[in-house]
Design a protein around this ligand. Sequence first.
Ligand code: IMP
Ligand code: MG
Length: 173
Amino acid sequence: MAQTLKPFISERRLQSRVRALGRAIRADHQDRDLILVGILKGSFIFMADLVRAIHLPLACDFLRVSSYGSGTESSGRIKMEYDLSHPVKGKDVVVVEDIVDTGWTLDYVLRQLRAKKPRSLKLAALLHKPERTRVNVSIDYLGFTIPDRFVVGYGLDFDCRYRNLRHIAVMSA
Ligand code: IMP
Ligand code: MG
């Protein structure tokens, strides 16, 4: 079955929103020991642009989780596949995620990170689909609220493809 991609958020809108998020993160973290934690793989392009929009010294780390679920929805049974490479105790952490859908992934990741005793823990998410949210996570730095549509591009994939699109597109059959 062939998929059609319809442009949804342009490269220009993405870039301007990411720059605004970078400025907000900078304003909140002056003179802090800041570390940005990207959740692989979906966040890698957003993360790359976001860290370059935060004009402060900072460190980058990554983690990877997997969820056991069917098809396009995560199940809430989530496992850490690849954890941080450095301790975050006493540091100011901003988690970077591509999209908050059901919220299960972030709920799990934030609980795991909170247990590592950072000084502060915030969340930057490029996209949020509130209609699908099952568990509430508070997003400190949000790019765009979107309707319940499956989107790809700018790091987000369908079946491992389309992550390299410079814009975000809606996929339909
Ligand atoms: P959840 O919030 O635990 O349901 O899972 C969020 C994860 O599901 C994201 O990190 C994405 O990897 C994936 N996901 C959810 N919605 C979409 C979408 O519209 N396009 C691509 N991936 C999505
Ligand atoms: Mg993801």
